[in-house]
Write a protein that binds this ligand. Sequence first.
Ligand SMILES: [Zn+2]
Length: 285
Amino acid sequence: MSIAYMKPMLKKAQSEKYGIAAFNMIDYNSARAVVDGAQELNAPIIIQLSVKTIKIWGFKPIGDWVRSLSESVDVPVALHLDHCKDLDVIQRCIDAGWTSVMFDGSSLPFQENIRQTKLAYDIATSAGVGLEAEIGAIGGTEDDKFVAEDDAILAVVDECVEFCQYFPDLAVFAPAIGTAHGVYKGEPKIAYGRLAEITSAVDIPIALHGGTGLAADQFSRCISSGCAKVNISTMHKLQFIQGFTELKDQKPNLGEPIPFIEAQYEHMKTGVKNMIALFGSQGKA
Ligand SMILES: [Zn+2]
């Protein structure tokens, strides 16, 4: 099928209390592993990209890859732009076929975040594309942005309510609830109480950032509390690398690239299927 819109996928996930995995694709092979893993488990799936990755491959090649992959399966595949502050990049993604974009104004003062998010919201909604927006400060490293774990700030409930009033058609909302990007240094400290307060006050599907390294019970608690989009980036990147290095260790003299590509594909696809099963989205396409 053609590339799917994220908002209806997430609304359904929110009401039925399962999570849709959103993987940060690396290259064509990684997108192929994500889409095929979803197809094998009959699950809806989100492919998302950091701005850094788009700069390597270009807008149009990525749009074309994901479109052709999506057309090769019968599960919904959404194409989403992860953390972005640049309205020009947002527009170029929409032009190349993205069905969803994130504007991340979380480093801005609250009122300025609202003002700039509104610009992105108008661009996205006038194109029929979903918008993800963030408040608070999610810890860790994402693209070129680093937030020390001590500087991570939980989203304030009253601000979540006020923020979302400006954006009634928001596809997904990303309040900081204590998770962090990258690899956790200590035990992740998820603010479940804050998450519950936010989801009872705001009826928009929530995005869980910093999914890599959370335990099964942490995922299920977040998902049952309203997290409908679960971002997995670091784990997928590690599997991309491990798929290669494990084969290299086993067969150090192998000079043919195709077995490496296939090993990476199988490694990533296994990870994708594990996450889909964990988030309860198997069979939900
Ligand atoms: Zn994130």
